[in-house]
Every structure is written in structure tokens, then in C-alpha cells.
Design a protein. Structure first.
Length: 404
């Protein structure tokens, strides 16, 4: 037993205004995880850090996010989600202020870790949409908020690259502080209160996570598969700024503008959901993972082509694997959310924790492989990780229990 009661809301349609606010909340919250990525080269220069050391910034951020997801996200089933969101946003303001004031790499790493923990507010907005939506429009509304989440990731890199290139990297945190303050006030005014769906103690709530993991093989498969894809995804994005600086003499602005390639990912969120409804989420997962694998593999020839063609190839690869990884994410979420509608916060905590531990691993491994083997080493890591994700799902098909 997971100790939950069914949630439903078939009486009132979720208003467009509230849906927009929830989508905006998810986008602004998750963006704080990615602001540092385009400006790692600038931070590296100021703090005189090595490539491997500077790669720890996104890594500890993702580790903090994973820890926050696992230990805090389940509270959404036990307490009023509005209060949880407001407390996390207040803590996020403190973390961003510490990042702005950082005078050395150690201080920035500590602030980044705290940012990761409380940026999990993004994952409180997503289940809120599922709870407030009537059953006939729940899927559509979840697709909208996930598109917003991905646009937040995309635009965070573009905004960060532009601001840091023109005004310095610390001004990025000033922008982030302003955005989170506005979101805090908006959430306090507009968010409704949420009734808890379980009366479990915190200890029982956490133990129920392991019950869910043991109970659902499909949860284990899609979580590990997406973690492997997230590893490859993060390995690229966390080394991109250094790669562009080393091979093309491009700064933070170019790294941020590269985030525009992630527009494919935002489109994939909606498209992946619709295709999952038509062909089944598992079929979409295979196709999307295949696209990502081919895109990663193309990077093997990057060092063998002319400089101009090399840059174009990098853009094509970024568009391809971003589309593939994000479409796989939506397909895997479709499988995961259908397992137990009364434990969505905990299912989401398990899934997202696995994903972001994978991404944190990718941040470290990507920096290591690029520092020692350059682009070919990076391509080797990403291709192998994506291939393992596909092999895992193929192997699990030998079981009689369907995945989706």
C-alpha cells in the first residue's frame, strides 16, 4: 500500500490564467539550474580553475537537485503544496544571493548545491497541474507545463549567455533574483491551497518510495533509461562553453545562443505527448532514443571536417539529440504517471531523482572525457550511454509485464 487516495477534479476546468502561472513557475524555477552553464568559461578564468574543477559547478547543482527531489518532492503528497513552493522560493533567493556574492570557487559550489536543492520547486508546479486539471484535459495541460519547463531550460542558457557576455556573469544572478522574487509574490497571490493525499509520517512516506520502486518494474526501467539519456545530454551541455572557447574562440554569448537549438526539445514535449497517445509511449521512446543515438554518433567525425562544417555539424547534432532526449522524456513520463495516480509526487520524485543523478554524472564524466580525449572522448561517452538506454529497454521486453 502506498497510503494515498485518488485525486480528481472533474468539476472545474483549470483556468488559463492559473495554468499560465503554474507553467511560468516551473519555467522560472528550473531555469536557475542552468544559468551557470554558458558562463563556465568566464567563471573559470576569474577563479583560475581547471576544466575538471569548473565542471563541478553544474555537477553539484544537479546532485543538489536530485537530493532535493528525493527527500523533499514526496512532501507534496503529505502537506499543502502551496506552502512548500513558497518556502522553497524563499530559500532559492538566499542561494542565488550567495552565488552573486561568491569570491571563490568553493563558495560558488556551496551556493550552487543549495540552489539545486530548492530549485525542486519546479517539480512541485508540475504535479499541481495534474491535481487541478479535470481528467479529460489533464494530459494536454501536463504537456503545456512540460513545454514551459523545457523552454525555461532553453531560455536560461540564452539569457545567461547574453547577460554575462555584455554585463558580466554576476549580473546573471541579479536577473535570477528579480525573476524569483516576482514568482514568489505571484505564487503567494494566485496559487490555491492543496489538500494532502496521504497522512503518512515522513518516515513512512520515504519508505513508500522503495515500495513503489519494488512494485513497478516499468518505473525502474524508464527511470534508468532516462538517467542514461540525461547523462549524455548533460555531458554535452556542461562542456559546450569550454569546447566553443577552445575550438572556435567563442564566448559565453555563443554558448547561450546554442540553447536556441533546444527549441527542438520544447517542440518535442508536445509532439512526443501526442505521438505517445497515438502509437504508445514505448514506441515513441524507441524512436526518440534512436534519433539521439544517431546525433551523438555524428560527433565522432567532427574533428575530421573543416572548421566551418565542424560548427554546422555541432549545431545539427545539438538539435537532433535535444529533440530525441526530450521526446523520450515525455514518453517515459507518460508511462510513469500512469502507474499510480494516487502517488504522483512520489513517482515523480523517484523518476526525476534518477534522471538528475544521471545528469550530474554526465557533468563530471563529460568534463573528464573532454579534458583527456577531446571531442572524440565526449562522443564516445554520449553514444555509449544512449546505446545502453536502448539496450536496457530491448532487454526488458523479454519480461511479460508491459512497459507502456
Amino acid at each position: 500500500m502506498t497510503g494515498t487516495k485518488m485525486e480528481d477534479n472533474d468539476k472545474n476546468e483549470l483556468s488559463r490564467t492559473l495554468l499560465f502561472q503554474l507553467t511560468l513557475g516551473a519555467a522560472i524555477s528550473v531555469s536557475t539550474l542552468y544559468y551557470t552553464q554558458p558562463m563556465l568559461g568566464m567563471i573559470r578564468s576569474e577563479f583560475h580553475a581547471s576544466v575538471s574543477a569548473i565542471g563541478l559547478i553544474p555537477s553539484v547543482t544537479q546532485i543538489g537537485y536530485a537530493i532535493g527531489l528525493f527527500f523533499l518532492a514526496p512532501l507534496g503528497d503529505r502537506y499543502d503544496r502551496k506552502i512548500i513552493i513558497l518556502v522553497k522560493l524563499c530559500a532559492l533567493l538566499i542561494a542565488l544571493l550567495l552565488s552573486f556574492l561568491s569570491t571563490n570557487l568553493s563558495m560558488l559550489l556551496a551556493a550552487s548545491f543549495m540552489t539545486g536543492i530548492v530549485a525542486t520547486a519546479a517539480q512541485d508546479f508540475v504535479p499541481a497541474v495534474a491535481i487541478l486539471s479535470p481528467s479529460h484535459s489533464r494530459g494536454k495541460n501536463l504537456g503545456i507545463v512540460m513545454t514551459g519547463l523545457m523552454l525555461g531550460i532553453l531560455l536560461s542558457r540564452v539569457i545567461s549567455g547574453f547577460i554575462s557576455e555584455n554585463y558580466g556573469w554576476r549580473m546573471v544572478f541579479v536577473f535570477a533574483l528579480t525573476a524569483i522574487t516576482s514568482l514568489l509574490l505571484l505564487s503567494y497571490k494566485m496559487l490555491p491551497n492543496f489538500e494532502p493525499t496521504t497522512q503518512y509520517s515522513y518516515k513512512k512516506l520515504m519508505l513508500s518510495l522503495f515500495e513503489l520502486i519494488a512494485k513497478y518494474r516499468a518505473l525502474r526501467v524508464v527511470t534508468l533509461s532516462q538517467a542514461l539519456l540525461g547523462l549524455a545530454f548533460s555531458a554535452f551541455w556542461t562542456t559546450l562553453a569550454v569546447l566553443l572557447q577552445d575550438q572556435f574562440q567563442m564566448g559565453a554569448g555563443a554558448a547561450g545562443a546554442f540553447g536556441l537549438a533546444g527549441a527542438a526539445g520544447a517542440l518535442a514535449a508536445t509532439l512526443g505527448g501526442r505521438l505517445s497517445d497515438t502509437f504508445g509511449p514505448l514506441s515513441v521512446s524507441y524512436a526518440a532514443s534512436g534519433i539521439a543515438l544517431l546525433s551523438f554518433a555524428l560527433l565522432f567525425v567532427m574533428d575530421s571536417v573543416a572548421l566551418d562544417s565542424r560548427f554546422l555539424l555541432l549545431v545539427v547534432c545539438a538539435v537532433g539529440f535535444d529533440f530525441g532526449v526530450q521526446a523520450s522524456l515525455v514518453a517515459h513520463q507518460s508511462i510513469m504517471y500512469g502507474l499510480d495516480v494516487g502517488a504522483r509526487s512520489r513517482l515523480n520524485a523517484i523518476f526525476a531523482t534518477g534522471l538528475f543523478f544521471g545528469m550530474a554524472t554526465g557533468s563530471v564524466a563529460g568534463g573528464f572525457m573532454y579534458a583527456h580525449l577531446q571531442t572524440r572522448g565526449l562522443a564516445m561517452l554520449m553514444t555509449l550511454s544512449c546505446a545502453l538506454a536502448i539496450i536496457l529497454k530491448v532487454w526488458q521486453l523479454r519480461s511479460k509485464e508491459p512497459l507502456g
